[in-house]
Design a protein around this ligand. Sequence first.
Ligand SMILES: Cc1cc2nc3c(=O)[nH]c(=O)nc-3n(C[C@H](O)[C@H](O)[C@H](O)COP(=O)(O)OP(=O)(O)OC[C@H]3O[C@@H](n4cnc5c(N)ncnc54)[C@H](O)[C@@H]3O)c2cc1C
Length: 605
Amino acid sequence: MTTIMTDVLVIGAGLAGERTAVEAAAHGNQVIILSLVPPRRSHSVAAQGGMQAALGNMARSAGDSPDVHFEDTVKGADWGCEQDVARLFVNLAPVAIRQMAHWGVPWSRVVPGPKRLPSGEIVEESAEKEGLIAARNFGGTKKWRACFCSDGTGHSLLYTMDNVALQLGVQVHDRTEALALIHDGSRCYGAIVRDLRNGELRTYLARATVIATGGYGRIYGQSTNAVINDGTGMALALETGVVPLGNMEAVQFHPTGVVPGDILVTEGCRGDGGYLLDKDEHRFMPDYEPEKKELASRDVVSRRMIHHVRQGHGVESAYGPHLWLDIRHLGQEHIETYLRDVADICRDFLGIDPVHQPIPVRPTQHYSMGGVRTDIGGRAYGLAGLYAAGEAACWDLHGFNRLGGNSVAETVVMGMVVGRSVAQDLVGSDFSFPDAPVRSAKAQVEQRLPALTTYGLEYVWALRQQMSAILMEKVGVFRNGRELVTAVEELQELQERAERLGLRSTGRGPNPELSAALRLPGMIRLAITIAYGALQRTESRGSHYREDYPARDDALWLRRTLATWPAEADLPRLSYEPVKITELPPGERGYGETREAAKKEGARG
Ligand SMILES: Cc1cc2nc3c(=O)[nH]c(=O)nc-3n(C[C@H](O)[C@H](O)[C@H](O)COP(=O)(O)OP(=O)(O)OC[C@H]3O[C@@H](n4cnc5c(N)ncnc54)[C@H](O)[C@@H]3O)c2cc1C
């Protein structure tokens, strides 16, 4: 097996991985990035609507500041986030956005007024300064703060970041997959990696290893995530038995995945003035949330939509009931300028024109707030020399609900922070690479491969589909104890069956069935960790909504779930740590829904 040595190994070439690599390389380290696909095809490229940073350039963002951004983030998180992390993040986001402009990102900029807003309001010419970075409205925020490049924000950011990485001499080994971390229970030494083109296994030895593998959306049946978002990095961390995953039960559903297909249409549609309509073309959100309407937090809007459909107001279709997203009134010019990706998605994948027709939508799995638990510097708990960044990490900026636009911002801010931690930790660090952990990681991978090539009984795609269906049906937007117990049992059964996988194909190189078979046991473990954590958490907070415990319970649950999975255990081991409250004590989130839940809980006694 070939061995490759480097200072820093970054697993993942999305925005978080590349930004971390750039920072570490800028401090003089040799950096290698691994990626399943060429970097520019990472899921970050699909980010549409924007990146939150308190610049206050627009008339509608006057008075914005990191303090207001902080408050929005903590309330959005339903007080589940680390407040020192949120503070660091809101202070650095304006720096990061200007740095990205300096590197070449073509932010949409303020155009001269007077201008008619989608709401019909006229913005004064004098209120906005021409040429400054513009912002649009997003859910759960007090000010217009989501900076954007039309609706191709992630595309512009990732292409720019990739250029900077190339300029700094960062090496990218794409079409490779990390299959196991090399560690001795206290330090991480790199990873065992499979070349997806020819099946060759390689050892990467690194003084620092960063997990930046993005989200796990694809373990759910309906997800806005790219097909490569299988959560492999989180699964690798869990497999060590010592690195905990934080808050895995916190899973975000986005209100507007299109039907069918579940491709996202950005929150920017509602930010720019789009409405949600039911089968009678009635705009129903103001009935539930008179103040924030369609721009309540994503968890709130998703629940209101599903509730409304359950009341019989959904539009029946061959793909199940859905609602409408209506942007027709924004007009052709606005749609073709600021929502052109949305227009393309509707035309190419649905065969409809959003200038003249409403868009069929439903809540769809979108984002993982949980991930590899790290400290404020991005150092993973449990193993020295291991770090995590971006969606794969639980830093924990988002608590139980991430605000739209805070994730892209997190990737670049956290990448900067983690890259610096890596560089700092490597100064003067001196250790040799012991043989035993390398041998044991190799053996762990090598023994999985031949088992799969014999004709086992179980078919990987069938098991994968069952796993996704269980999660969608029983661990979705609404949860309850009875269904969660069943979900855990059914997933455990699948886990046992996944030990008897057999391949129908023989290719050792670019073989999707083999890749899926290698990933499936880890994906099922993640699914169990989500369901089991959700079962134990007997309260509702942000995206985690228990019908049998509809109110938030700060006395018992102002705590973060930490899940490790010791070897040979049937279930993850859960422990809890307090959430850090440094500035804003728990209070009302300001939604009608929260008040209704408190009333129901009171009535239950
Ligand atoms: C459709 C869509 C639209 C979005 N829009 C917005 C938005 O407007 N604003 C916002 O703030 N957020 C948005 N988000 C969320 C945000 O884009 C993501 O959370 C963020 O970009 C994730 O970046 P990342 O670098 O952590 O991971 P990713 O960009 O997902 O990158 C993961 C990388 O890891 C690699 N990888 C994975 N496993 C392995 C392995 N085992 N070995 C080697 N490499 C591996 C992949 O190849 C990839 O390069 C959106 C998300 C989606 C799905």
